[in-house]
Design a protein around this ligand. Sequence first.
Ligand code: NAD
Length: 255
Amino acid sequence: MTDRLINKVALITGGASGFGAGIADCFVREGARVMIADRDASAGKAKADALTQAGHEAAFVETDVADVASVKNAVATCVEALGRMDTMVANAGIGQRPCPVEELSDDELTRQFDINVKGVIWCCKEAVSQFRVQGSGNIVATASGIALTPRPKLLAYGAAKGAVVTFCKGLALELASEGIRVNALCPAVGDTPMIAEFMGGELSDAGKAQFRDALPMGRLITPRDVGEAAVFLASDSEAGTITGAAFAVDAGRCV
Ligand SMILES: NC(=O)c1ccc[n+]([C@@H]2O[C@H](COP(=O)([O-])OP(=O)(O)OC[C@H]3O[C@@H](n4cnc5c(N)ncnc54)[C@H](O)[C@@H]3O)[C@@H](O)[C@H]2O)c1
C-alpha cells in the first residue's frame, strides 16, 4: 500500500538508525515528508540525504531529546522547513547493559530517565503545542515489550519504558476530546545496533540467536516491522479511533 501519509509531515527522533530509520523508510514510501531528529549528526544527515536522493522530501536537525530547548528547536525547524508537523514519532532511546539490582548506579538511572522518559515527554509536550496551532496531529512513541512483560537485570530500562507507556496512556486521555491520538509501540528485541547493549556491549551471532529463539515466532523484530506498525498508528484513516494503545510488535513475546 502507498499514499497513506500523503501531505503529512513527521518528525522522527532517533531516525538515524535502527527502528527510527525503518520508520522513516515506511513513512516516505507512504508519501510523508520527514524531519530526522537525532543526536548523531553524521548518521542523521546521511539518512536524510539518502532519502532525498531516493526522491523523497527529508531533512535533518541535530537534536538531543533529553534537552527541552533542543526538542523545541527540532519542532520549530520541522515546521519552518516542511510547513507543519502531523506526527511526532518519539522513538530515540538508549539500551541498558544487563545488571542485577544491587549494581544499578545512580548514573545509569539518570541516563535512562533523562533520555528514555524525559526525552519522550519533552517531544510530546512540544508536539502538543504545535498540534493545537494546527488543530490536528498524533503521537507515536517507541516504548518496548519490556513495559508489558518485564525482564530481570534490565530494571532501569524496563522501568523507563513502563513510564513511557503510562505517560502515553494518560496523555491519550488528556487529548482525546481534541482528536489528538497518542499511542506507544512496544517492540520485542530487534535487529538494530542497540541489541549489542542488551548483550552487555558485544554483538555476537550466538547472542543474537539466543534472543531470536526466545521469541515465540523465532525471529527478531526488524526496523520494517516497527515502521509498518508506526505507519498504521499514524494514519488517521486507518487508526482514527486508536488511542492510548500499547501496541505490541513482538513476534508473540508479550502474549
Ligand atoms: N532494539 C531493540 O531491541 C528494541 C526493543 C524495544 C524497543 N526499542 C526502542 O526502540 C527505539 C529505537 O531503538 P533502536 O533499536 O533503533 O536503537 P538504535 O541504537 O539503532 O537507534 C537509536 C537512535 O536514537 C538516537 N539517540 C539516542 N539518544 C538520543 C538522544 N538523547 N537524542 C536524540 N537521539 C538520540 C541514536 O543516535 C540512534 O540514532 C528506542 O527507544 C529503543 O529503546 C528497541
